[in-house]
Design a protein around this ligand. Structure first.
Ligand code: ATP
Ligand code: ATP
Ligand code: MG
Ligand code: MG
Lengths: 257, 257
């Protein structure tokens, strides 16, 4: 059954969506059957694959949580063979309040995904920039977490808070949850701050930090305006190649497990 | 009494904190009495002024919301004369749930700030990357909103959602709220995407977009690691000068009003 990987970090703009979209694409390119769940009300991952708003209106992750649709109805094909997406709409932000008093509110996503876990090898979940009920639902559904970490000072500051939240979930709601790894993003070799943050993180977290570092690369930020992952938009660019290398590292990590 | 300006955008990492910290500093440098309210549980604005965690533990925006402290007790002096800060701690993220069933939950911040509005000319409020109860509280306390907009595709996508939320608050909870302006941030002249986003926003929003554009500038991202606004860390750099120009534009806008 599928390995469920959450891409989470409450700090905003660190590369969660970019990592979800491109890592999922790279894994599908390696022949794995992959589902990407867009669990952010902004719906950026859905846009990253060119899923227009009309197509998402009836079948999406909000209606999955409320129970109006089941998981297989909510999965959409993408232009990439082997990769489906469960898109998001802005109504998803209402779920935090609507589910506040519901029983087992933290396990709504986990329960809903059970129907499709046998159809995929990997399920990636893109999270919003917060540690609220949506991210907690994703952490409860997951086997592991990949943390994108922007090589900036404010992003470093938030890491200990994220790790504390993951620990809380590990001790209570989901004892199987592990941190799969930390991936450094938007690394700019001309900026000594990037180097400082990277060294700091590696000294604290050692092997938990992937060797692959995602460089700041303008082609990555252009790709979403074409509704394509950067692996499709410009496979030869440094950004796309870094995500291919990250997928290879993830696959070799799995083999060891 | 103080003009209350909220810095808001649910998209993560667009420069909300950077704009709050440096605009507040620039206004203080122009002789105004300024308070910066850190209303993001990440507490980045507080870190941007070097307020350590011990100093924030008792007097902060979370305890202001719960009523455990009043506003004048919660305001801290910064190293910049004329600029105080009301810092944030991570407990603030619990407020969304704790206040869910409280009467007039959207007006807790507005009520709490009444005690200090006569001591300042400007109060800036830095928001988290979401449109939940914390941001709604800030919009209900405010006279106007400044929207930092990163010159990237995903950031552009979120703007219409933000404007709809502001309209909802204007029609219901705070009829006086206006959008003061949109400021383009992290503009990279070497990247045609920046130009595209800037042209798109100016054609839609016209004069609502400030003339001043904040360039991507490495000194801006270095300053927080020294606990200083970039105006103090390196006043001559392009980033600091852009925030000085933005403050001048804001002041001339106020004169016209
Ligand atoms: N390596 C990179 N090089 C250049 N630009 C990047 C890179 N990674 C991401 N970006 C751009 O930076 C912005 C932020 O990235 P992204 O939206 O993926 O972050 P996020 O963590 O998902 O944000 P949010 O917190 O809002 O969900 C986007 O405009 C994206 O295109
Ligand atoms: N003009 C700029 N040039 C270079 N770096 C910048 C600029 N503005 C902000 N940054 C850096 O980009 C990152 C994101 O900025 P910031 O934290 O201010 O955004 P935010 O919208 O407050 O994020 P969040 O959504 O997490 O609250 C920070 O590391 C900051 O130092
Ligand atoms: Mg995202
Ligand atoms: Mg911020």
């Amino acid at each position: 059954t599928a390995r469920i990987i959450v891409i989470a970090n409450q700090k905003g703009g660190v590369g969660k969506t970019t990592t979800s979209v491109n890592l999922a694409t790279a894994m599908a390119a390696c022949g794995r059957r992959v589902l990407l769940v867009d669990f952010d009300p902004q719906g950026n991952a859905s846009t990253g694959f060119g899923i227009d708003l009309d197509a998402r209106r009836e079948t999406n992750s909000y209606r999955l949580l409320t129970g109006e649709v089941d998981a297989s109805a909510a999965c959409h094909k993408t232009d990439i063979s082997g990769l489906d997406i469960l898109p998001a709409i802005v109504d998803l932000s209402a779920a935090e309040i609507e589910l506040a008093d519901v029983d087992a509110r933290e396990f709504r996503l986990q329960t809903a995904l059970q129907m499709v876990v046998h159809q995929y090898d990997y399920i990636f979940i893109d999270c919003p920039p917060s540690l609220g009920l949506l991210t907690v639902n994703a952490l409860c559904a997951a086997d592991c977490v990949i943390v994108p970490l922007q090589c900036e000072f404010y992003a470093l500051e938030g890491l200990s808070q994220l790790m504390r939240t993951i620990e809380m979930v590990q001790q209570g709601l989901n004892r199987n949850l592990v941190v799969q790894g930390i991936v450094l993003t938007m690394f700019d070799s001309r900026n000594k701050l990037s180097e400082m943050v990277a060294n700091d993180v590696r000294s604290h977290f050692g092997n938990l930090v992937y060797h692959t570092v995602i460089p700041r690369n303008v082609r990555i930020s252009e790709a979403p305006s074409f509704g394509q992952p950067v692996l499709i938009y410009d496979l030869k660019c440094a950004g796309a190649q870094a995500y291919v290398a990250l997928a290879a590292e993830l696959l070799s990590q799995e083999k060891e497990a």
